[in-house]
Design a protein around this ligand. Structure first.
Ligand code: A3P
Length: 274
């Protein structure tokens, strides 16, 4: 027996663990946790909350699909199993491996202004325990090559923001129709509207409604209204960003402008960044 979302015991012989039919592939720091938690409000969605790192970690992958499937939640046949591992988007072995599991897998990718995402990535890197208390270089110092005054494109937070490059690898194995791109800025401003598009993409009824959310002024973000309590994302989501010098911002905007255009051409959507 197991419990449903309301906490009642349910005995249902038709529940079993299934491979995910939908994967949130990334991108790191664009709102992947919010997307997964919010989608899990839908009765026909069952989320694996832990990042599985199945397709990007060779040791995990070597354990095979049966190992992966056993780590998924039990579901009824009409439910969609979802997992999210943001590293999938940028790790080059992953698209082919997901295709080999099931070529009809639905892919969710959440994107956010690449500069904001890079800053968030920098903040994340320097907030880990090992970095705590240590002197660390400013974002400006890390992002601009002092010799050339240009953006260091190999700096990981920048490299991970070059969306078109990573996406083109996925499009070698999946068609655009199997991919839905969630607008990270919209998910912050108006989660219900952005989630409706995902429900449509997954072929599900619109069941996530405004009643499930309230704006938390202290946090500065929408939080969830659950049956018995309210739930915000953890304090590590929605961190303060450092101030960036105007010169660095200008160099970054020039660096990303043509890259953003390439992405817009690739997907046929203009996010209006820059
Ligand atoms: P910041 O901490 O830079 O603001 P991920 O889950 O992929 O690591 O993404 C983290 C980002 O999710 C946060 O980045 C924040 O902007 C965004 N986010 C979107 N909706 C949110 C929400 N309702 N509560 C908190 N953070 C949210």
């Amino acid at each position: 027996s197991e419990r449903n979302k309301g906490g009642d015991r349910v005995h249902n012989k038709r529940t079993k663990r299934r491979l995910p039919q939908c994967i949130i592939i990334g991108v790191r720091k664009a709102g992947t946790r919010a997307l997964l938690q919010f989608l899990d409000l839908h009765p026909a969605i069952a989320a694996q909350k832990q990042e599985m790192h199945f397709f990007d970690d060779d040791e995990h992958y070597a354990r095979g699909l049966a190992w992966y499937r056993k780590r998924m939640p039990r579901t009824r046949p009409e439910q969609v199993t979802i997992e999210k591992t943001p590293a999938y988007f940028v790790e080059s072995a992953v698209p082919e491996r997901v295709r080999d599991m099931d070529r009809s897998t639905k892919l969710l990718l959440i994107l956010r202004d690449p500069i904001e995402r890079a800053i968030s990535d920098y903040v994340q890197i320097h907030s880990t325990k090992s970095a705590m208390g240590k002197y660390h270089e400013s974002f400006d110092e890390l992002v601009i090559d002092p010799d050339t005054g240009q953006v260091d494109a190999d700096y990981r937070p920048i490299e991970r923001s070059v969306y078109h490059k990573h996406l083109s690898r996925w499009l070698e194995y999946f068609s655009l129709s199997q991919l839905h791109i969630v607008n990270g800025e919209n998910l912050i401003r108006d989660p219900v509207a952005e989630l409706r598009k995902v429900e449509t993409f997954l072929g599900l009824d619109h069941r996530i409604s405004a009643e499930s959310f309230y704006y938390n002024k202290t946090k500065g973000f929408y939080c969830m209204r659950l049956q018995r309590r309210q739930k915000c994302l953890s304090p590590s989501k929605g961190r303060r960003h450092p101030d960036i010098s105007p010169t660095t911002m200008k160099v970054l905007r020039e660096f990303f402008r043509p890259l953003n255009s390439k992405l817009y051409d690739m997907i046929g959507v203009n996010f209006g960044w820059n």
